[in-house]
Design a protein around this ligand. Structure first.
Ligand code: PLP
Length: 388
């Protein structure tokens, strides 16, 4: 059976299974050996070489989902990003990177790149012209993030990939927010796709892991860095991740369907000033999102109208949890101005459009009317307190 022809739920369930030949069990056995018999030929199995049986099989599932030749898994999303950057950038090279970016990624660039003598430019915006303007003669990698955190802006994947190709530059994307279920950037010409597997791939808020998908040649380059840095994922976690990914498409589709209803509900609500969701027709890049995403994802952000305190509102929620992380089966909210973007000054936050009224919302699999009810009761409770 060709993997390309398999449906996404079949890939999630079956690709990368290890057959239990000995006992014929239904699930992949877990292999914890750090030592394998030396048979004198090619494979030296050793966990730090990313080639234990469980690692070797799980990457087949990830590669099949991202339409890539190969993949690698890591101990965190940041490990995936740092290995990818260090494999394609060396002393004297230059990175072009999108300005709206996961905080950990921008910290890594700002804090570590100077030590390695790697140069970088954050783009002014997220249009393809912004990327083009930032390219230098020594640019070796262009890194994008779409939909972006927390404003859900959309970058034109195909245009950036083509720009990079035309200049002989490698391109990479952080595909965490969309997940492979809602977006497959390799189909649009991007070279490397990375995920924080801590988010949708894991999906239950109990796994820290990361992944990069790409061509065999590119993945080998990253592997060469990885075996030296030595940050391989534990096989217990590899096994947990494989189990979690069996329901990836089911979960993400249920979450996306909830998010589409939620975006419409919030958009109509008088207590909500603005909703950022690429699936709303009033999103400035709705058409672009529709052209490059299978569906619009389960992340959104919204602004409460002035006078309703965002923190007070969050405290009144009973079902929806407040959380720094995202993408679990449970719905969570976060106030970027108090958390992920708290270190920026008010002026810096204003410049990127992150107001104190903005709330990031990761939508889970709960029954929609319960989520809606929780928001309605929290708004009433907040208003009652505010105007009492
Ligand atoms: C969480 C996250 C990361 C970092 O992943 P970790 O698993 O926490 O290291 C990178 N990018 C995005 C978009 C994320 O949400």
């Amino acid at each position: 059976m060709s993997k390309k022809k398999l449906g996404v739920n079949t890939i999630c369930t079956h690709v990368g299974e290890i057959k239990d030949k000995q006992f014929k069990g239904a699930i992949s056995p877990i292999y914890l050996s750090t030592s394998y018999e030396f048979d004198g030929v090619d494979i030296k199995r050793y966990p730090r070489y990313f080639n234990t049986p469980n690692q070797e099989y799980l990457v087949k599932k990830i590669a099949a989902l991202e339409h890539s030749e190969d993949a690698l898994i890591f101990g965190s999303g940041m490990a995936a990003i740092s290995h990818m950057f260090l494999a394609f950038l060396q002393k004297g090279d230059h990175l072009v990177v999108q300005n709206t970016l996961y905080g950990g990624t921008s910290n890594f660039i700002k804090e570590e790149f100077p030590k390695y003598g790697i140069e970088y430019t954050f783009t002014k915006g997220y249009q393809v012209s912004d990327f083009e303007a930032a390219i230098q003669p020594n640019t070796k990698l262009i890194h994008i993030e779409t939909p972006s955190n927390p404003l859900l802006t959309i970058t034109d994947i195909k245009a950036v990939a083509h720009l990079a190709k035309a200049k002989g530059i490698v391109s990479s994307i952080d595909n965490t927010f969309a997940s492979p279920i809602n977006q497959n950037p390799i189909d649009f010409g991007i070279d490397l796709v990375m995920h924080s597997a801590t988010k949708y791939l894991g999906g239950h808020s109990d796994i820290l892991a990361g992944a990069v998908a790409g061509s065999k040649e590119h993945i080998e380059r990253i592997w060469n860095v990885g075996k030296n840095l030595g940050g391989s994922l534990s096989d217990f976690t590899v096994w947990m991740l494989e189990r979690s990914m069996k329901t990836l498409a089911l979960r993400v589709k249920a979450q996306t369907n909830n998010a589409k209803k939620m975006a419409k509900f919030l958009d109509r609500h008088t207590a909500i000033a603005k909703v950022n969701y690429p699936g709303l027709k009033n999103h400035p890049q709705y058409k672009l999102a529709k052209s490059q995403m299978h569906d619009f994802g389960a992340m959104l952000s919204f602004e409460l109208v002035e006078g309703i305190d965002a923190m007070a509102f969050q405290m009144q929620l009973k079902l929806i949890k407040s959380s720094m992380s995202l993408a679990g089966v449970e719905s969570t909210m976060l106030l970027p101005s108090e958390t992920s973007h708290a270190l920026l000054t008010q002026d810096e936050r204003d410049a990127v459009g992150i107001s104190n009224q903005l709330i990031r919302f990761s939508i889970g699999i709960e029954t929609f009317r319960d989520l809606k009810h929780d928001i309605e009761q929290a708004l009433i409770a907040t208003k009652t307190k505010t105007f009492a």
